[in-house]
Design a protein around this ligand. Structure first.
Ligand code: HEC
Ligand code: HEC
Length: 352
């Protein structure tokens, strides 16, 4: 979706015209809408010409033509519509006849784009008086806004979607050296569980937020920006697990809770925050890591929604954390648990 020299961060909504000719995408991080003429896009894909050693070849298979590495071809088939400065965070879109309607999450406004016009433009529809933004809301806005990042490629939200949680992907950030990718962490409880990052390279979440703006978004921002992001992230509340039954542990999770205590998990993951805030080598280091690396015990609150697990995302499920990724019982003694006991323990962990 990006232009070669400008990002189109956080694509959010998608809408088709009734005749399937026009595809509309909203870009929540860059406050813009793209209008793509779809037949033209298909046409370009099938007739993509690739110049190699002076000879023009016509490829029928776009992947064989190396198209995935060539962004510019798409530019001819789509138009970029920037929203008015007052309209922020376009999300849902809908095409009704020749009109595109776009709902803007942060400004609480609606835009209309007339597809029949020669020059496409977004016009704001007033919806009545607008409430001001609280500090928390302001922080949520900056967290989602690729405008605070270099060239609009990404915002904090791009890797921490779903209210500051995780995209589940590994990223090789520079704060702990390069060549050792880490799984994106959820930011729920980050302010209560210092230090930040799996290796603890940032003493607090506040420091991590400021370092993230500089080192991940490559930009300088006035202190008001990270201060508002702090307020937003501090306001995050755990969402009750869908594994709970009427708000309580299921019978299996109840049995798992006892096992959790018996096999010593609670020593490092004591109920409450479910971390004792200390670092250990629990046998999870792999070839990308240093043999001396110790990882800070993560909270277990809300792990039902943060797969994959461990610092490098190497466990797809909680069960793998306790079984295939714990072969020598360095991470709690789990090898003598029966299959049913492991199930019960997993049910408990996924209920937190
Ligand atoms: C390219 C993806 C990416 C982007 C963009 C990104 N982060 Fe992260 N973030 C990560 C990863 C990966 C980690 C875990 C790193 C580790 O464990 O060493 C992380 C960890 C953190 C942590 C530490 C959490 C904890 O409790 O240990 C904070 C705080 C944080 N990010 C805030 C931010 C903020 C604020 C922004 C925007 C300024 C941002 N991140 C942008 C990928 C990203
Ligand atoms: C000696 C301290 C210690 C003990 C005992 C311990 N853990 Fe951990 N736990 C850790 C550390 C450290 C990590 C992070 C490892 C990593 O990221 O590679 C971790 C990670 C986890 C994770 C992954 C969380 C995530 O978000 O990635 C789960 C699940 C977990 N532990 C459950 C348990 C269970 C269940 C037990 C008991 C069988 C247990 N732990 C015993 C220290 C401990």
């Amino acid at each position: 979706m990006d232009d070669p020299d400008k990002g189109a961060a956080n694509p959010w909504g998608l809408a088709w015209s009734a005749d399937s000719q026009t595809l509309v995408t909203t870009h929540a991080g860059t406050h813009a809408v793209y209008v793509t003429h779809f037949p033209e896009l298909l046409d370009q894909l099938s007739h993509h010409r690739r110049k190699s050693s002076g000879i023009q070849e016509i490829h029928s298979d776009p992947l064989a033509a190396g198209l995935t590495n060539e962004l510019p071809f798409i530019l001819n088939s789509r138009r970029h519509v920037a929203l008015p400065k007052t309209d922020l965070g376009p999300r849902a879109a809908m095409v009704v006849g020749q009109k595109v309607y776009v709902a803007n999450y942060f400004s609480d406004t609606l835009d209309v784009i007339d597809l029949a016009a020669r020059r496409l433009a977004a016009v704001s529809l007033p919806l009545g008086p607008k409430p001001g933004m609280s500090l928390v809301r302001q922080g949520e806005f900056y967290f989602n806004d690729a405008g605070i990042g270099r060239e609009g490629w990404q915002s904090c939200y791009s890797c921490h979607p779903g209210d500051g949680r995780t995209d589940g992907l590994n990223w090789d950030l520079i704060n702990d050296g390069i060549g050792n990718p880490k799984n994106t962490r959820s930011l729920l409880l980050s302010y209560q569980t210092p230090p930040a990052m799996s290796l603890g390279v940032r003493a607090t979440a506040e420091i991590a937020v400021r370092a993230g703006i500089k080192g991940t978004l490559f930009s300088d921002q006035p202190e008001a920006v990270p201060a508002a992001i702090d307020a937003y992230l501090r306001s995050l509340k755990p969402v009750p697990s869908p594994w709970l039954v009427n708000g309580d542990l299921s019978p299996a999770a109840g049995r798992g809770q006892r096992i959790f205590q018996e096999v010593g998990c609670a020593r490092c993951h004591p109920p409450g925050l479910f971390t004792n805030l200390r670092a250990y080598n629990v046998g999870t280091g792999r070839s990308f890591d240093q043999p001396t690396d110790k990882f800070y015990t993560p909270t277990l609150v809300e792990i039902w929604r943060t797969a994959p697990y461990l610092h490098d995302g190497s466990a797809a499920t909680v069960r793998e954390v306790l079984t295939t990724r714990n072969p020598r019982d360095q991470h709690g003694v789990t090898s003598d648990l029966s299959a049913e006991e492991v199930d019960d323990l997993c049910a408990y962990l996924l209920s937190l």
